[in-house]
Ligand binder design. Structure first.
Ligand code: DGL
Length: 264
């Protein structure tokens, strides 16, 4: 039997993680929960993010998932332990796999992490990297999420903003860093743009890819191979908007989307 995997995010961004998961385990059935009514999480407090994330995790567990992937970097950074203790199924977050990959490829042992303000303030990536003997410089890039949602993934304004953020960090404290971790669900969409902006000696690690590889490692990968499985999406706000924006993140049209209210 193919596995049933639940994927949770604050909105559409986690579809970049789902996209990687579907490539690695195409036959699995996926239930995706996007908490679009409360988007963005990136500037919210631990208490608020944990409350929403736990409700979503319960919802997915009640719908029969056997593993939960917390695709949202902010939710992983702020509430991973809370989510893990709230459900019985195994939970995978995006931070440990991203840190593991960065540690595996860095030679200088210095890494830059780009993420939301809340993720940076939590220092979750810094801790995960320091445990692996790495030095981390975390950089909040709050303008990237709205720019990506506007569809400006190859826009001169986004490139200018990226230059300001990345020059600040790479020309200041993190001159010797040789890895940039994309610590936010939205950043894989501007990866080609970031590639042009950061020094060529810097490798880009996408937490979405590393997380999919981790899930494959934990599940019996053979169970995920075969004819494409089912995808059901649940959104806490406009289904129409989810369909429109979500397909950009997933890279293909989304058929089944249901509106849910987890505050009841
Ligand atoms: N999903 C969030 C993350 O990966 C980005 C969007 C938000 O702030 O909710 O950090």
């Amino acid at each position: 039997m193919p596995p049933v995997i639940g994927v949770f995010d604050s909105g559409f961004g986690g579809l970049t993680v789902l996209r990687e998961l579907r490539q690695a385990l195409p036959a699995a059935d996926y239930l995706y929960f996007g908490d679009t009514a409360h988007l963005p999480y990136g500037a919210k407090s631990v208490r608020t993010v944990a409350k929403y994330a736990i409700s979503a995790a319960h919802f997915l567990e009640e719908h029969g998932i056997e593993m939960l992937v917390v695709a949202c970097n902010t939710a992983t950074a702020l509430a991973f332990e809370d989510i893990r203790s709230a459900v019985k199924v195994p939970v995978v977050g995006v931070i440990e796999p991203g840190a593991e990959r960065a540690a595996a490829i860095s030679k200088t042992r210095k890494v830059v992490v780009a993420a939301t303000e809340a993720t940076v303030a939590s220092h979750a990536y810094q801790r995960a990297l320091e445990q692996r003997g790495m030095q981390a410089t975390e950089k909040a890039c709050p303008l990237f999420v709205p720019l990506v949602e506007e569809g400006w993934v190859e826009h001169r304004v986004t490139e200018e903003v990226a230059h300001i953020y990345m020059d600040e960090v790479f020309q200041d404290g993190a001159r010797d860093a040789d890895v940039l971790v994309l610590g936010c669900t939205h950043y894989p969409l501007i990866r080609p743009l970031l590639r042009r902006v950061v020094p060529q000696s810097v490798e880009i690690v996408d937490s979405a890819e590393s997380t999919a590889a981790k899930v494959v490692e934990l599940l019996d990968a053979d169970r995920g191979q075969g004819a494409p499985g089912d995808l059901r999406c649940y959104a806490t706000d406009s289904v129409e908007k989810f369909r429109r924006l979500g397909s950009k993140f997933l890279g293909c049209p989304i058929q089944k989307i249901e509106l849910v209210d987890i505050e009841k």
